[in-house]
Unconditional design. Sequence first.
Length: 258
Amino acid sequence: MENMDLTPFLVGILVFARVSAMFMALPVTGNAGVPRPVRMAICLPLAAVMVPAAEGARLPVTIPELVATVAGEVVLGVAMGFTLALLTGAVSTASEIISNKIGLTMSSMLDPMTGAHGSTLAALAQLLATGVFFALDMHLGCVRALGESFHALPPGHVTDPLGAATVLFEVANNVFRLGVQLAGPLIAFALMLNLALLVIGRMAPGLQLFFSIGMSFTIVAGIVLLGAALPAMLHVEAVALQGAWEPVHRIIRGMGGG
């Protein structure tokens, strides 16, 4: 017992920490509606397969070193998964903005994907973005990115846990800007429609157009235009997801001190 080699066990712990952290942050397996046993059933076999790829691992000697090393692997995995989760949020961000502009702020629901309350349009857009995620085989790309990360940055070699912060802020900024750009045409439509109703209301105050037909017309027209624009919005989402691996690789290099 004294001569037992704990190297495979320690490597397995570090590999599992990175794999499970990434899948906890991904836009599908990280959702609140996914049971924990299902996550474990995905992460444990995948970590076992990834152990041979973790050559050159730097193993901790003491308990504090083990805790610090596991924490570094968790931060790296979360950063990789959260990057992909951010990039799937452009369409839902645009839909949330559109919902606010066309008067659907009161029609909120519990999003089954995230477990948070949001507009019905945003929840629908998130479900469609998840479909795009699978249609592009991004789930297989995540496995490939994990394997490449163990070659580029073996377990125990995370030297700069904050190296991903710049990339994450940049991705979040780009996603929010893309969401506003996607929502721009419908925001302009809602603004012009409200201005037209305002002018007509000033010219004929007795009609009360805004309260009689204005709100209903704005909601119906906004939903119709969003439905017409949704295929183009999902195409933009697909292009954004296809470029997701560049920031993921930057995170790996940044956290390795490169």
